[in-house]
Design a protein around this ligand. Sequence first.
Ligand code: B3K
Ligand code: ZN
Length: 915
Amino acid sequence: MTLREGPAHLVRRHDYTAPAFLIDSVDLTLDLDPAKTRVLNRMRLRRNPAVPAQPLRLDGVEINLARVLLNGSGCSFRIEGAQLVLERLPEGPEPFDLELFSTCSPQKNTQLMGLYLSQGTFFTQCEAEGFRRISYFLDRPDVMARFRVTLRADRAAYPVLLSNGNLVEQGDLEGGRHYAVWDDPHPKPSYLFALVAGKLVQREQKIISRSGKAHTLQIYVRPGDLDKTEHAMNALMAAIAWDEARFGLPLDLERFMIVATSDFNMGAMENKGLNIFNTKYVLASPASATDADYANVESVVAHEYLHNWSGNRVTCRDWFQLSLKEGLTVFRDQEFSQDMAGSVSARAVKRIEDVRLLRSNQFAEDAGPMAHPVRPDQYAEINNFYTLTVYEKGAEVVRMMQTLVSDAALDPLGRAGMARGLRLYFERHDGQAVTCDDFAQAMADANPGSALAQQLDAFKRWYAQAGTPRVQACTEYDPALGHYTLSLSQHCPPTPGQPHKEPFVIPVTLGLLGPDGRALPLQLEGEGQAVADSRTLVLSEPQQRWVFTGLAGLQSAPTPSLLRGFSAPVILQGDFDAAHWLALLAHDSDPFNRWEAGQQLLLRQMLAALRQSAESDGTIPATVLDATTVQALSAVLRQPGLDPAFKELLLTLPSEAYLAEQVQQVDPPRIHAVRQAVRSQLAQALYVDWLWAYEAHHEPRAAYRPDPASSGRRALAGLALGMLCLAARSNGDTVWPGRAYQRCKDAAHMTELQQALQALLHSGHALAEPALERMHQRYRHDELVLDKWFALQASAPDQNGTVLARVKALLQHPDFKLRNPNRARSLIGTFCHANPAALHRPDGAGYAFWRERVLEIDAFNPQVAARLARALERWQPLVEPYRSAARQALADVARHPGLSPDVHEILTRALASDA
Ligand code: B3K
Ligand code: ZN
């Protein structure tokens, strides 16, 4: 493999050393110009007394250095690779001044790291290592400095000039230019630096916080987008109030700004006081955003805001500690969204959605060549480690801590313990750059005597060991004694570089159901009385046994409801039959496990059909689900008093990605066919139920509101419409497709339009074509809707291999823009990541397409390319001919000269798993 920047250099966690120099203050002046931006960087530095004397090494990439002054005079320096090295510096502990003058070219910046242009506006992205593309710096998170920033630019072209902190001065300059000076009172690492300059308009909101302080909140967007910012502003206000109410963490800035850009590598960025967002997570109007978009805006706005404490006030010592801020902040945004949702059932819906993502995608990551611990041990390119493991599994680790510091009797949600832990963490470490160990220690120290404090070292294996643990459950019942024995054992499969694992500390929340479905009191051997009817056991040995007593009189074994609320990120295994899952589906008081029971019933039978098809001539049985399951699902659908959003989740089949994770031999088109067969079966078998569900939940004239109850009704109506169109395909009905088409034409909002169009596309109806055409006509000026338009086509079910041809044709569409990450992801990313049956083709044409796009994108944006490269990393469990063809495609890309370190790292890992 040949690399653009020489041999890949691995950064290792154990090599960490403290910085030899510290930066007290930075005074930056930027003369903004698209072709050549001039940067004057005046720093006050001093030696770190804790570190032996050594030269100063500043990082810098693709910048032209013109001048270096030490305490105002010229000095000797040298450039060594991507570092500016200064040897002869004052020896004492006193601070000294360094002045660097350099230029960079924002208009040539296609990788969208550092300072770049998006539609004529300047933006920055500095996390993880983008600041070094603006000026030479100690570009590492444990160097925190006070920033003062002067921006100068042409007034007409860039009327708005923003940076972190407070605006302290502004005015005109000669030649039609103007300037603004921003001062950030909070010391921060360079990755939190930001600037924006361009033609923007803003929505402003003044608020008074609980403590009586006044703050100004602003959301900056392009002219014309202002009417789409109300939802984001509401979310921001809610997040501010929530963090103060739940954790006592107030907004520490007079001014808090969000700016939207349509060219962004990821979702959003938590720069201090100046969050920069992908438009996708700011803009929302009923006509252009779906319910899912509204929910995402709310949670991403909250996530970035919540970073203001978890990430900015206390940051990471080094990038291996990324989950310190990301896992914790995902946990916090999940809790925020749950609290916003309100009802027990709406909270459960959010939890189920989060777990669904974790299990279908993070578990896959943990089982593949990119498997890494929540705190990785090494990386070539840190941008490759902004992963589901660091984010979502990291959040589960924090959630388990919450469970393990709770006093179940007094505080079943564990909130008090968590709040104590966070309070101590922020008290202890405010203003510091720390490690995951520091976080766990604060949680334990704030909760002495808790299960976490007792087993802290063992618990921390969750940070160190990759892979998804399996928990095997065995049960036994002695009716004569009324004793119920639960044995749990654990093991975790090997992952790259980690052949053997130590046992994890696994909280298992559980309940027992009696034959009538009622919860049984839980009394363990040795306890004087039953404690509760739901409690948490802690599995920390390879194998453990618990005996529940006091069940005398119970003739048959209770039904165990294990891992309630998904109390740990593990795979639960056990010899549970259909009756077990049917009992939980009908009676479990834990909504998560009730949903899980439905999924397990579906999964078992889908996997059986898959096996049967693979072992026979390949035909897929038309009837996959047995009558009992169909009946049980019908009962759930019809059950009064059950939340429609919950019903929709329960009746949605396990995803193709999740099914693929359950088998050793993955045949993506076959998995797709089985899933389609089950959808058709349910469409027909529950036809009258779907009719009822649609009529009862569809609200054509209701004003759009994004709350969970309304969106839940819409979700169920949308599922029903999809099923009715699918049933129409078998029974020759034209009424429902006609109705769906009509919905597309006069949809009251984007959720309805998208659902109706999806119903046509996923039932393979010809009316999908004119509907798509209309959608394009109506929305051709709305970037975010165009993204949906491309994505809808890239994710359509493959009929005779036509999707690839369509996707290729769409690459030539005048609205397709490869350089815009959102657009590239909507077409190419969707096809490669979210349409497995279309990507994995016997002729290998899907892989050829993947290979060409990875190379094409890598030439200008390695981060986006590396993400796309991951679409084939799980080639190993594929059946032939896919397996060999996918491996060949990976090897072909790897052979290509001039790969970015980003893509190189992904390919090296993927091919290293070639056993
Ligand atoms: N911290 C940023 C992610 C930066 C990604 C850099 N490749 C957004 C977030 O997690 O809040
Ligand atoms: Zn984050």
